[in-house]
Design a protein around this ligand. Structure first.
Ligand SMILES: C[S@@+](CC[C@H](N)C(=O)[O-])C[C@H]1O[C@@H](n2cnc3c(N)ncnc32)[C@H](O)[C@@H]1O
Length: 437
């Protein structure tokens, strides 16, 4: 298992591969592993990605040149042992022996076992402390501290380094929540109702839900509670023409379809043919019939499609491509792929997509612009720029569709902002807009 963890970790960090796909590939290859071993490998790899910044600081401070002299493979092996030591699963001397590491590296493992002294040497600079404590690149720690006060930034970053809960969305086309809870119980899965989404259930994170008959029968989809709330914010009615303009693999498309009760027309667009191609089988399983999908070019809708859609949509969802700074708990490796310029690059694309796809809404039609980022520049910044340039669009309070009670509980006044350490969901931003009648 150690070899497999190090192979995955090396592929992600040295070759820049994406963590979940790398693990998927390697675990499929290793047919002999038991389910608990697979989980342990995945957890160790994610643990390393989440702890790398902190371990780097501790090992650099305690080993200096000794660390710098190591090859990247030797460094990864040291990090693996350092993580086990840090998690108190094994004492430093045993880690040294089991990892086959040179005795000169022992002070590094000792520092990871008792990091108090080294951590107390960190400067008073909160960005530096946050970067080390939660293994964030310095620019990201600074961004967190610009977005929230110090306590909030530390709490947010900590929650981003925790495992996300496993949440499902009951498919209202096939069942209701109480019936699904009972059905899951009969399959040995305990499920508890979520707080914000009336369709959501939290289930035990160690379950392989894809194996359940209830999954095959389309009674539920795996979906973060935040995504469920976003679909509710658009609240499309049965019979409407609805465009899901950045549909990806269709997670939110299916939630919108349930809200439309299979009546009306649901158009899913995306530039990514592979991801959009996943919608078909998912829609069939969920019993969704009223959808169509179109792969679209990145620079604008082809004229025939633009003419076909016109400006007739009752509702448009723009779940825009973004940095994903709100979903680091699912993609801990994203912190290594993003850089300081990423936020601005995405904001430029987002402004274009919001203006382009909002134009599909009919006069009086509603639009939801959403990201899974916590950066103001990708969120309020985009919405306010587009509103200033498009007087035909106006901002609506989230309570319009969520209802006063839920909007109040979520703290959603001008915008809907979901944060893992506050709401237990992934980090999302959403604005409800309307094209003036
Ligand atoms: C945040 S993801 C969407 C996730 C999806 N809605 C879901 O619920 O799973 C953003 C999507 O926007 C797509 N995208 C990027 N540029 C686009 C464009 N110009 N038009 C439509 N989709 C685009 C990406 O391929 C990606 O699938």
């Amino acid at each position: 298992m150690r070899a497999l963890v190090l192979e995955a970790y090396g592929a992600i960090r040295d070759e820049g591969r994406v963590a979940d796909r790398t693990l998927d590939y390697l675990l499929r290859r290793e047919k002999r592993l038991y389910a608990n071993e697979r989980r342990a490998v995945a957890e160790a790899v994610y643990g390393l990605l989440r702890a790398e910044g902190r371990l780097t600081y501790l090992l650099e401070e305690s080993l200096g040149d000794e660390l710098r002299a190591l090859s990247s493979a030797a460094k990864r092996a040291l990090f693996y042992e350092a993580l086990r030591v840090q998690e108190r699963r094994i004492p430093p001397a045993r880690a040294l022996a089991e990892g086959g590491l040179s005795a000169a590296l022992l002070p590094g493992l000792v520092a990871c076992a008792a990091p108090g002294e080294l951590l107390s040497r960190l400067s008073e600079d909160p960005a530096k402390r946050l970067a080390v404590a939660e293994s964030l690149p310095p620019w990201m720690a600074e961004l967190f501290l610009r977005e929230l006060d110090e306590e909030g930034a530390f709490a947010l970053a900590r929650s981003m380094n925790e495992r996300a809960p496993l949440t499902i969305r009951m498919n209202g086309l096939r069942t209701d929540r109480e019936t699904l809870i009972a059905r899951l119980a009969s399959e040995g899965v305990e499920a508890k109702a979520t707080s914000w989404s009336p369709d959501g259930l939290h289930v035990d994170g160690r379950q392989n839900l894809f194996r359940l008959r209830s999954f095959e029968e389309g009674l539920f989809e795996i979906q973060d509670e935040g995504s469920q709330v976003l679909a509710r914010l658009l609240d499309p009615h049965p019979g409407w023409l609805v465009v899901d303009s950045c549909a990806g693999a269709g997670g939110k498309t299916l939630a919108l379809a349930a809200s439309m009760k299979n009546r009306g027309r649901l158009v899913a667009l995306d530039t990514d043919e592979r991801r959009l191609g996943m919608l078909g089988p998912r829609a069939r399983r969920a019993g969704v019939h009223n959808w169509e999908s179109h792969v679209v070019p990145a620079d604008g809708l082809p004229t025939p499609l633009a003419e076909k859609l016109g400006d007739r949509a009752d509702a448009v969802l723009i779940d825009a491509p973004c940095t994903g700074l709100g979903v680091l708990r699912r993609n801990p490796d994203a912190r290594f792929r993003l850089d300081e310029g990423s936020v601005q690059r995405f904001a430029g694309i987002q402004k274009e997509l919001l203006a382009r796809y909002a134009a599909l809404a009919k006069p009086g039609g509603r639009i939801v612009y959403a990201t899974c980022s916590i950066a103001t520049e990708e969120n309020e910044g985009v919405v306010e720029t587009v509103l200033a340039e498009h007087p035909e669009l106006e901002l609506m309070p989230p309570a319009t569709t969520l209802g006063e009670e839920l909007a109040e509980r979520l703290g959603a006044r001008r915008y809907l902002k979901l944060l893992p350490h506050v709401h237990g969901t992934d980090g999302f931003f959403a604005a409800l807009l309307r094209r003036r009648a």
